[in-house]
Design a protein around this ligand. Structure first.
Ligand SMILES: O=C(O)CCC(=O)C(=O)O
Length: 244
């Protein structure tokens, strides 16, 4: 599948692109079934909600299944799908390369015990020569504001922020005077099972808590342009899969 010029322009302009019904419902259900097994059995590596809290309590709610690439064939098939490769190439202007360093994950928002993910850019996770990286978010079920839907700041990937606009964890500060007006431009769009959102590593995004009684489970992984090299000795300097 290839994107139209209009879709490419939308991504370049806004820093994100929604593609509806990209993955089949069957694929989503099969991924979801395996993901739930891994969550039930607490198969490592995992990230917990309290990994981000200063004072660690005994909350052991799982926030994500990490390193999903090697967990199940169906996860690997999704991440290397032939259907998405031409799209990633169009958006990166280069062959896409999957980094296995981190951010190949199944993200959960558990009822009651999930947390807010504050405004941030995914570039904070990576150490590459530049920011030409894209995250691919797959809604495995319906996502809406009340269960922790992603929200975006259009065009934020084109802004050069100063470090004072972020806290020490690279969260973009809600209350900073320079951020206030920009954050009013936030957008969100409900996602249905099988929809994907592609977003640039500089695009500001956040997600609220899940206030419903059902878990929200989504698949997210990141690709980079082949020409964009990892900085030696950093955690991004890790195994890669070329999606040519
Ligand atoms: O909490 C969420 O669902 C958002 C996760 C996210 O933005 C991230 O992993 O970069």
């Amino acid at each position: 599948m290839e994107l139209s010029n209009q879709q490419i322009s939308q991504f370049k302009e806004n820093g994100f692109l929604l593609i509806k019904a990209f993955a089949s419902k069957d694929l989503c259900n099969n991924i979801l079934q395996k993901a739930k097994l891994h969550l039930e059995k607490k198969i490592l590596p995992l990230e917990y909600e309290n990994d981000y809290l200063e004072a660690k309590d005994k909350n052991t709610t799982i926030r994500r299944l990490r390193q999903v690439y090697n967990r199940e064939d169906i996860f690997k098939e999704w991440m290397t799908s032939n259907k998405i490769r031409p799209i990633l190439k169009q958006l990166l202007d280069d062959v896409a390369v999957l980094s296995l360093a981190h951010h190949n994950s199944i993200m959960t928002k558990m009822p009651k015990e999930s947390s807010i993910t504050p405004w941030h850019q995914d570039r904070r996770y990576w150490n590459y020569e530049n920011d030409n990286l894209i995250s691919i978010w797959l809604a495995l079920d319906d996502e809406y504001l009340d269960n922790g839907l992603l929200q975006f700041i259009p065009k934020s990937h084109k802004i050069d922020f100063i470090k004072e606009q972020f806290d020490k964890n690279s969260n973009f500060l809600d209350e900073h005077i320079l951020n206030y007006e920009l954050l009013k431009t936030k957008v969100s769009f409900n996602l249905h099972k099988g929809d994907i959102v592609l977003f640039h590593s500089r695009t500001l995004h956040k997600a609220n808590k899940n206030n419903t009684l059902n878990p929200k489970i989504s698949f997210v992984y990141t690709v980079k342009a082949q020409s964009n090299k990892a900085i030696k000795g950093t955690r991004s300097d890790f195994k890669e899969v070329v999606l040519s």
